[in-house]
Write a protein that binds this ligand. Sequence first.
Ligand SMILES: Nc1nc2c(c(=O)[nH]1)N[C@H]1C(S)=C(S)[C@@H](COP(=O)(O)O)O[C@H]1N2
Ligand SMILES: [Mo]
Length: 258
Amino acid sequence: MKTTGRKIIELDRAAILADARRELDMPSRRLFGKRMLTLGGLSLLTGCTITDDASVNTFLTAVSRLNDRVQGWLFDPTRLAPTYTEAQITRPFPFNAFYSESEAPVVDGGDYRLTISGLVKGQRVWTLPELYALPHAEQITRHICVEGWSAIGRWGGTPFAHFLRRVDADLTAKYVGFRCADNYYESIDMATALHPQTLLAFDYDGERLPAKYGYPMKLRMPTKLGYKNPKHIVEIFVTNTYPGGYWVDQGYNWFGGS
Ligand SMILES: Nc1nc2c(c(=O)[nH]1)N[C@H]1C(S)=C(S)[C@@H](COP(=O)(O)O)O[C@H]1N2
Ligand SMILES: [Mo]
């Protein structure tokens, strides 16, 4: 009985994703897909709050039913994602990647160098001690995966807007792209890069990020779905040429936000 129940839920999710992809294929929806839709923006559009697992499912269903009327609505880059208390943290926090947990890349912190390239005056490499010395911020926020689960976690690191200013990035550029140690890649719009809750995260729950959660660093954005949050970042580049992303290039752009 249990198996049957789970199967039905999985079929529902598959149908929701299929719906979203079908809508994306319609030319009128493409513009919508290119708009920078955050989770906050989508909550607003669907009238759903995302506070627990049940409401996340309602939200995903509502998102798949968005119609033409909402296409003219504007994304508000100043809207903040909800934050939570320490007691609300999901333990253990789930792992997810395009491979299993034992295959997470092992990055040597001593050899590690972060490359900054593209439209930045401060093109250079950074060591981990240099990155750890940057101003520190913490957040307890909800991570939502399109596969239908969500979890609350606590991340620490440096506000990404601070880092971009520090490397003298061209803040008028359109995109920030990421290359990862496991060959994953992602990109975000500049408004999201500068959002106050976008964090270049080095820590998880008060400790250095373990390998499974993205050592030595991930970009944490509570305003974007899980797959937009790259782990194991090795290069950050600023560009006006749309860089795409690992899942985006497989048809997930409508859900993810850019
Ligand atoms: N480098 C890298 N980053 C990634 C992924 C990945 O496979 N590789 N998966 C994404 C997806 S789909 C999710 S849901 C989250 C999972 O992060 P977690 O393992 O910390 O829960 O990482 C995202 N970032
Ligand atoms: Mo995900």
